[in-house]
Design a protein around this ligand. Structure first.
Ligand SMILES: Nc1ncnc2c1ncn2[C@@H]1O[C@H](COP(=O)(O)OP(=O)(O)O)[C@@H](O)[C@H]1O
Ligand SMILES: [Mg+2]
Length: 132
């Protein structure tokens, strides 16, 4: 365990972006793993960054969809450390997945990809083609 943030035991870093670092963490009350996104310390004093973090938490929390990650918890803007606890996603990133599939795809199938995407633009129900 790296450290404890309220009821979360922070285990290890899984990613970071411009706003925050994301850790795998355990919710000790519900005894489950979560993704804990903690705002970068140097942004803590910036009211605009804290407000942006709140808007991210609130707007994603309003959504309920199988393809949108679930928000479990948010520290609140007044907290010393702004964090969002969300569903922990596993598996490769989309970039890694597409890189690997592009490499392993035979030439003929790779050539037909553009047609598939073109069709998808007209018929959004063929969205799975875009991801291949
Ligand atoms: N719920 C999650 N489960 C697993 N990994 C995640 C999750 N949320 C974010 N990450 C990882 O952390 C990285 C940074 O998260 P992100 O939300 O993009 O931060 P920022 O808002 O700072 O750009 C992502 O690119 C991804 O690799
Ligand atoms: Mg990002």
């Amino acid at each position: 365990m790296l450290r404890k943030v309220e009821k979360y035991e922070v285990e290890d870093e899984i990613g970071h972006g411009g706003m925050a670092t994301v850790y795998r963490a355990r919710d000790t009350k519900l005894d489950r793993l979560v993704a804990l996104k903690i705002m970068h310390p140097h942004l803590r004093g910036a009211a605009e960054a804290r407000a942006r973090f709140r808007r991210e938490a609130q707007s994603v929390a309003r959504l309920k969809h199988a393809r949108v990650l679930e928000i479990y918890d948010y520290s609140g803007e007044e907290s010393d450390e702004s964090y969002i606890a969300a569903e922990l996603l596993t598996g490769p990133t989309l970039r890694k997945w597409t890189d690997e599939h592009a490499r392993s795809r035979p030439r003929s199938r790779r050539a037909s990809r553009s047609k598939c995407v073109a069709r998808s633009r007209r018929r959004t129900t063929r969205a799975s083609c875009i991801a291949t």
